[in-house]
Design a protein around this ligand. Sequence first.
Ligand SMILES: *[C@@H]1O[C@H](CO)[C@@H](O)[C@H](O)[C@H]1NC(C)=O
Ligand SMILES: *[C@@H]1O[C@H](CO)[C@@H](O)[C@H](O)[C@H]1NC(C)=O
Ligand SMILES: *[C@@H]1O[C@H](CO)[C@@H](O)[C@H](O)[C@H]1NC(C)=O
Ligand SMILES: *[C@@H]1O[C@H](CO)[C@@H](O)[C@H](O)[C@H]1NC(C)=O
Length: 668
Amino acid sequence: MWQQYLIASLAVMAAVTGFTAAAVATVQLDQDTAAQLKNLQQTVESLGRQMMQQQTFVEERIRSDGMSGIKTLRHQSEGTRPYYGDHHIGGAALSAHDHADYDRTIGLGEFVAVMNGVDFRTRHNDYKFKMPSRTSKNFNSVEDVPFPEVPPAVKNKRTVQEQIDEMRLWFKAFKEQDYSVRDYRKYFKPNLCYLEGGWTLNSKTLDEPFESDRHHLDATSWFDLQEKIRWTSYAGSKSNLENFAFLPTVMYNITDGIPQYAQWNYRIVCHPLKQDVPTSYLKVQDDLSTRLRRKYRWDKMENQRAARFKINEFGTERNTQYTLMDSIMAEIPGKDNYGTNISDAAFGLMTYDISKTGYVPLNAGHYHRWYKVARAGAMGLQINHRGFRDENMWMAMTTQRNIMPLTVKRCQGRNCVWETRRVTYAIPLEMIYSTPLSNWNPYNLELKQESIVSRNGRSGGSQANKAFNGTSTRHFYRTPVEFYHGGTAERDAADTARNGAGVLDRKGEVKQCAPTGFRIMTPSIDGVGAVRLRYPIFPVHSEGSTVGMEIDALKRAVMQMSTYSYLYEEIPLGQPLPVDDDVTFHVRDSYRNPPGLHGHDFTITAAEHKAMLNGTELQVTTTYNLAHNHQLTIYYNKNNQRYLIRKCDDDTAACWDGHSSILTRVRV
Ligand SMILES: *[C@@H]1O[C@H](CO)[C@@H](O)[C@H](O)[C@H]1NC(C)=O
Ligand SMILES: *[C@@H]1O[C@H](CO)[C@@H](O)[C@H](O)[C@H]1NC(C)=O
Ligand SMILES: *[C@@H]1O[C@H](CO)[C@@H](O)[C@H](O)[C@H]1NC(C)=O
Ligand SMILES: *[C@@H]1O[C@H](CO)[C@@H](O)[C@H](O)[C@H]1NC(C)=O
């Protein structure tokens, strides 16, 4: 309904603004016409404001329906029950697939995502293994993510067979995460590939935001793309090459009757992590509908392409605040690229880094969710999360002129300040481990121009006249086939690479080589098995709704029936187990005013409690009450058997608002 209204008012606006410009230039208007024009201009302006309201309304509605995350893939299959259909998992999680014959192309299909209330649809992504530029501040400027080195222990072996044997042992060490003999951590590097979205100002010329070897937006302008999407949505058809995307437009301001538009755009880029991420932190998520449809057992799920993961560094399920994912995202810059440091001090209120004790200004130019502010006037700390309720909204500020600005005015008495913000959003998509294979070239094959390799009908056959003449970035066959032994475990129609191809070396001899590029799972390696290299860790939009939360709780209680039998209203069959209870504490009430009578609580896990009884100090954040939290360092005093506060907020022992340093354990 409102869209029709929108289109109609747009038409009026275009007509009027065009007309005014022409009219003012040529004729002197009589008073009546002038008054009428002014009237029209005001009407257009108020219609424009209403349109902006409608857009905000739609976004707010989506924001409260679920969190930033993936909604769905393109429909490919269905069945006699709803769970036979596709959602965020189809043939594979997020329709991930391999293009292992390309050196740095990562296969990923089309999907619908929500970021901060913006619902959009991508083209077939097939993104490249690139990162934001470390040297250029230019908009969307990227560079290749460096590939890991080959371990000297492999390179120094004399024969190809010896190199193969040694390389297998490095893969084995990585798979078993055993760095005692072969420290794989220097050669198997975790990279976070993430989806970044934002409102851009180049709303006329179509702007391909990220490179793909295989796909590009099939349109000449944003308008052309919108027309094509409208047509395919109306007629139910499809770009057979999957090269259309639905990227919405907003009117974000109106100045003197002239509307200003912004265009939503997104890209997928990667960031090589500074820290190692043990694969044991990547926990399979139970997408039960997928398991039921395919009859996948739980213990086999991890090796399926349908598996979706989440980072959990705690080894248990629990409440969290600043997590490993936050420290990873904090390494990633927004649109200002690496090397930026932007402080966020809206209206004189500085935001601080929640991961640090005391008050260290937050680098808001990098992606973050949590921040803290010290309230002006009164002391006291407030811990906040970006957005109203969106666990997955990582945000970064930017100074890029190509990102939509929003400005707001705040007055204190007659003192007015303007604040302008430009931001982009990001969510994690997948953790990809790069391996020494990319740089390993035991046959010393030459990297050539694309056109030379397959010239004269060379198609990778094993005869000298059919073998590829060297390798190229799109014919990246460099790994001796003997490295794997045996075929690929699971195959997908979108996989373009074969098990192996003939390649001419520098002497013109044919070598059988396997494709070397990125894969979800490697083919089975002799003595090692298949090794997972891509871990999809995208969040799911609907999991952020009340229904999503309840279903997840129910799934957990049903799947681990004996552990959670204490939850049941009636005891199911089987022996109930003792509960590993959390321990809750109360920070004793303070009567000081301001801020007024209040106390706080916090909860720790049974394991943390055990460690505390043993002399370990813990860092906790209290509940939010009377507009503040406390960050506490707490310990247990064995002599008087008391739980005590060692530090409260900014390194001082006593809390600013006079809480007792003695904590009360709450029995529930
Ligand atoms: C939006 O328009 C108003 C005038 O209507 C102007 O004062 C303001 O600076 C504009 N904001 C931005 C971000 O361009
Ligand atoms: C960023 O700038 C702030 C304020 O100038 C400074 O306190 C902080 O240490 C800087 N952060 C980094 C990571 O350089
Ligand atoms: C292979 O390519 C090289 C150029 O890189 C060319 O000189 C050579 O003749 C080609 N070999 C064959 C057998 O076509
Ligand atoms: C507590 O400390 C003792 C002695 O150092 C140790 O044997 C025990 O395993 C510890 N228990 C826990 C829960 O850490």
